[in-house]
Write a protein that binds this ligand. Structure first.
Ligand code: ATP
Length: 365
């Protein structure tokens, strides 16, 4: 299996730059997510790693060897696409065997390997069935079987579950992750679904308009978004943003919102200018003692929690609170924020002021 290094990768199509100087490292055995909205350059990045697209600039290394100029067939990588690209005239066994047959592997060895892969995927009883009659999930399992059967250095998956309905998609994503844990193969997975990326990925690269916005483990990206874009894109509902123009004095670690004092992480002292105050809905609480008040404009019951939408003096925000708490639309409520979970952003650049570099210093409760 393989470590993959992407260094200053750039791709121009004519005078349009689809990927701008991207760099990240995918460690051996990682399940690695390329996440971002439609058109941000995820597929182009994946295709450059795989050798289906040549970079305009930059390098790709697989296991320490530069492969930037090598063709896809020379990189020992397998693909799984959204559309289950199976051979319709072949049965399941023939579809899975195909890559091994092309390599000239002896028949007995192919038989044993296909049986092993079918066992891993739970499709042993389908081996002699035509692929035309299979369900979407089974077709995807066969496609996976064809990809894993020849034990490549790495897997490239481009929205492989995109064609499945929501419920089955959740089930298949668990299966795929379990399969990965069993095989330990380096996997690069493209998705625009932040929840899928958070649930499945060991690490995530968040892309926006051709650039890497942030790169890290899911919790780091959720807790310490590097930019307004990441904070907004990750999480559902996304982070609340309250705009205020102010400053935090040196040696001080609180801000004033509408006359109410709020503690903030000590590392934010000295921040000033046109700032954006960011706090996730689960870190907003209702507090009768607080003079910072807002009017409830909507409530959404979700079983164990509820999402309350509140018009505050600095803008509309959402709070995720226990479903057992009674709140009426139109009611005025006092608001409080979990001080260690507050993030400040520079409004003009969108960058988080509390960078990832110093996050370890905090007890992030
Ligand atoms: P999606 O999820 O919609 O596929 P993506 O993040 O994977 O989005 P890409 O497919 O990498 O995005 O495309 C990035 C940008 O590059 C898009 O604006 C797309 O139109 C453009 N693009 C991709 N391939 C080509 C091409 N061969 N020629 C010209 N433009 C291209």
């Amino acid at each position: 299996m393989a470590q993959i290094i992407v260094k200053n990768l750039r791709k121009d199509f004519g005078n349009f730059t689809a990927v701008k100087s991207s760099s990240f490292t995918i460690e051996d055995g990682e399940f690695f997510m390329l996440l971002g909205p439609s058109g941000c350059g995820k597929t182009t990045t994946l295709r450059m790693i795989a050798g289906l697209e040549l970079p305009t600039e930059g390098e790709v290394y697989i296991d320490g060897e530069e492969v930037s100029g090598l063709r896809a067939s020379e990189r020992d990588i397998a693909f799984v696409f959204q559309m289950f690209a199976l051979y319709p005239h072949m049965n399941v066994r023939q579809n899975i065997s195909y890559p091994l047959k092309s390599q000239g592997m002896p028949k007995a060895q192919i038989k044993a390997r296909v049986a092993e892969v079918a066992g891993i995927l739970g499709i042993s009883d389908l081996l002699n069935k035509p692929v035309s009659g299979l369900s979407g999930g089974d077709r995807q399992r066969v496609a996976l079987g064809r990809a894993i059967v020849r034990e490549p250095k790495a897997f490239m998956m481009d929205e492989p579950l995109g064609a499945l309905d929501a419920e089955f998609r959740g089930h298949m994503s668990e299966e795929l992750r379990a399969l990965h844990d069993q095989m330990g193969a380096t996997t690069v997975y493209v998705t625009h679904d932040q929840l899928e990326a958070m649930q499945m990925g060991d690490k995530i690269v968040v892309m926006n308009q051709g650039s890497v916005e942030q790169f890290g483990v899911p919790q780091e990206i959720y807790d310490w978004p590097a930019s307004l874009f990441v904070a907004d894109f990750i999480g559902s509902p996304s982070m609340n943003f309250l705009h205020f123009n102010g400053s935090v004095a040196e040696g001080d670690s609180h801000i004033q919102l509408d006359g109410q004092r709020f503690d903030i992480p000590a590392l934010l002292e000295g921040a000033s200018g046109d700032l954006v105050f960011g706090v996730r809905p689960e870190h907003v609480s209702l507090d009768d003692e607080s003079r910072y008040r807002g009017g409830v404009i909507a409530t959404e019951y979700l079983g164990t929690t509820q999402i309350i939408t509140i018009e505050s003096p600095n803008g509309v925000l959402k709070a995720r609170i226990p479903a057992t708490q009674t709140v009426e639309e139109g009611e005025s409520v006092g608001l409080n924020f979990s001080s260690l979970n507050i993030t400040l952003f520079d409004k003009s650049t969108g960058a988080a002021l509390l960078s990832q570099a110093n996050k370890g210093v905090l007890d992030h409760g």
